[in-house]
Write a protein that binds this ligand. Structure first.
Ligand SMILES: [Zn+2]
Length: 80
């Protein structure tokens, strides 16, 4: 039995969803510490929280920062 596959190339684009905002967050990587910054759309406010955390615990100097948004994929006009 022969199986045929028809491939159609459809052009898409991906962008931030217009009703969403990028959100920054961070958590401390110091062993055993479970501190996390409050997520914010302004990365500077997340950075301020990290620096305040280091101000209280001077050896907690490394943080994992995340930037998250909602993406929307659109099929471009004229695509099959
Ligand atoms: Zn910490």
């Amino acid at each position: 039995m022969t199986v045929r596959t028809v491939l159609r190339f459809v052009t898409h684009r991906i962008k931030r969803h217009p009703e969403s905002e990028a959100t920054a967050s961070a958590h401390c990587l110091h062993g055993g510490c479970d501190w996390e910054a409050r997520p914010n759309t302004d990365v500077n406010k997340v950075d301020d929280q990290c620096m305040e955390h280091t101000g209280r615990l001077r050896d907690h100097t490394t943080f994992a920062r995340r930037f998250e948004d909602v993406a929307l994929v659109e099929r471009l006009e004229g695509s099959a």
